[in-house]
Ligand binder design. Structure first.
Ligand SMILES: Cc1cc2nc3c(=O)[nH]c(=O)nc-3n(C[C@H](O)[C@H](O)[C@H](O)COP(=O)(O)O)c2cc1C
Length: 173
């Protein structure tokens, strides 16, 4: 049965414990497809997705974010943004790369949740390690890492999401 968007949004949570089972290529492609369809400023699509499945590539990603839980993921997606391709707002030059990348990433995160896989946004990594080892061009910035795998613990999360209230974050004007 297909899940509603509301269900997917409320089911999504950061997963930091993975089973070792590999993920079918078609499933990985359906995740990337959800990013491919994301909106971007002026439709410039300034992104590139590196799917790390070889031990060599995984090693590089793990070195950039050395955490025990992160090492256990069976697959990683490195989401890169190309500063040569991103839209810069004419009035002040603001680079919209991070916004475009964030939308594409959250599309993938929601798709991953729908597929009953798990992931966690990771930005606290060392991008230089990835740039150097994967020989990325100067304009190509690794922005987000997504470890992807089947969640080890599929029990419902007992923790209530700690979130600000609607009143706190909204002003009707
Ligand atoms: C932009 C961004 C960067 C993040 N970077 C990291 C990270 O480097 N490491 C990590 O363990 N979690 C990271 N997270 C996950 C957040 O800690 C998590 O989303 C937040 O605590 C809310 O929990 P939830 O995702 O389970 O709802 C990041 C999330 C976002 C949106």
């Amino acid at each position: 049965m297909t899940k509603s968007l509301d269900e997917i949004i409320s089911e999504r949570k950061s997963i930091r414990k993975f089973k070792q089972s590999l993920i079918d290529k078609q499933i990985v492609e359906s995740i990337i497809e959800s990013a491919r369809l994301a909106p971007s400023a002026v439709n410039f699509q300034p992104w590139k997705f590196y799917i790390c499945q070889s031990e060599e590539a995984k090693q590089v990603v793990r070195e950039s974010y050395p955490r025990e839980w992160f090492n256990a993921a069976p697959l990683y997606i490195i989401v890169c943004g190309n500063h040569e391709q991103s839209w810069k707002r004419p009035c002040d030059g603001k680079d919209h790369l991070d916004i475009d990348i964030a939308i594409a990433v959250e599309h993938m995160v929601l798709k991953i949740t729908e597929l009953e896989l798990g992931t966690c946004w990771v930005c606290n990594f060392n991008p230089q390690i990835i740039k150097d080892r994967l020989k990325l061009s100067e304009n190509m910035e690794p922005v987000v890492l997504l470890p992807v795998g089947y969640p080890e613990n599929s029990e419902p999360d007992p923790r209530n999401k700690k979130r600000k209230s609607l009143e706190e974050i909204t002003t009707w004007i």
